[in-house]
Design a protein around this ligand. Structure first.
Ligand code: UDP
Length: 329
């Protein structure tokens, strides 16, 4: 039987497909290629170009392939964009998931692992964040991801669909072999933007805000390597296939780095001075976001391999240095 990866041409999806195929699994990828790249899809995966809001195309896929479980990454994921165009997020993330769950239930496929986010917590009350902490999103991206979690919960109660929601903190890094990596247009994330400086594509890194309540005044984030995230999806799917109950897990390293520390680490990795400029705050950034991932470790047996920020940035640099224009290279 096969695993269906929706959004398997995107950043975290493509890395998960590589790990699944590396583990000898049969993989089907579906992606509408709006933000994903055909070149990011592992050559051994069977590929379908489709949008999850296209119920007919989804039904045809489930009829043709023998799917035992779904890993769902097919969603819009930019906080800033979601503030400007909230309805796009309700359409793609919520309506898309609605179509997907209907099709899954109709075809009796009842195991799903999907991308949720630290943005479901909003402004956290304490550090590190536990899965049981208050969820109160402050942007439509986090709001629609939380609503996806709730949609799954009610579908479980009504139809017995079992789900795992994985709340990622800051996904980063690239495949250690350098074959695939991060490529967003426009790029908004800190590490790839920093690396545009040593790549000659940007003069300096602008740091958003220097007056946060942290040790050097810049925001603190928990950076987790994309391959470690990929492994967590496989463990979560196997947990469901073994009869596990629906569940929610944080995924982070449990260690926070300030934005200035990330820039300093990138200077060490690249050997480039990477000039920095302090800019105004970006709206909607909490001071500190650090996960407790103890639950994923104890229930799923997850153990991140790339806890060290220098190693994480080295894998990202290896990709960006050799693919300065992402998959266009
Ligand atoms: N950031 C920054 N300059 C940039 C991009 C991001 O200072 O050009 C900061 C951002 O304000 C946040 C941190 O880097 O404090 C991580 O942001 P990112 O967008 O990578 O991830 P997020 O935490 O929003 O998921």
């Amino acid at each position: 039987m096969a695993i269906l990866v929706l959004g398997g041409a995107g950043y975290i999806g493509s890395h998960t497909v590589y790990e699944l195929i590396g583990a000898g699994r049969d993989v089907v990828v579906a992606d509408n290629l709006v933000t994903g790249f055909r070149k990011a899809v592992h050559p051994k995966a069977r590929f379908y170009e489709l949008d999850i809001r296209d119920r007919k195309a989804l039904d045809a896929l489930f009829e043709r392939e023998n799917i035992e479980g779904v890993i769902h990454f097919a969603a819009s994921s930019q906080v800033g964009e979601s503030m400007k165009d909230p309805l796009k997020y309700y359409d793609n993330n919520l309506w898309g998931t609605n179509c997907l769950l209907e099709s899954m239930v109709a075809h009796n496929v009842k195991k799903i692992v999907f991308s949720s986010t630290a943005a479901t917590y909003g402004l956290p009350e304490k550090t590190p964040i536990l899965e049981t902490d208050r969820t109160s999103p402050i942007n439509p991206y986090g709001e629609t991801k939380l609503a996806m979690e709730k949609m799954m919960r009610w579908t479980d109660l009504a139809c017995g669909l079992k789900y795992v929601a994985l709340r990622y903190f800051n996904a980063c890094g690239a495949h250690p072999d350098g074959v695939i990596g991060e490529a967003h247009d426009p790029e908004t994330h800190l590490i790839p933007i920093i690396l545009q400086v040593p790549n000659g594509q940007r003069e300096f890194i602008g740091i958003f805000g220097g007056d946060y309540n942290t040790k050097d005044g810049t925001c603190v984030r928990d950076y987790i390597h994309v391959t470690d995230l990929a492994q967590a999806h496989i463990l979560a799917l196997d947990y469901l296939l073994a009869g596990g109950e629906s569940n929610t897990f944080n995924l982070g390293n449990g260690v926070g780095f300030t934005n200035k520390e990330v820039v300093e680490t990138a200077r060490r990795v690249t050997g480039h001075p990477i000039p920095e400029k302090l800019l105004d705050r970006r709206p909607g950034d909490p001071d500190i976001l650090v996960a407790s991932s103890e639950k994923a470790k104890s229930v799923l047996g997850w153990s991140p391999k790339y806890a060290d920020l220098e190693t994480i940035i080295s894998t990202a640099w290896n990709w960006h240095r050799t693919h300065p224009h992402g998959y266009a290279d």
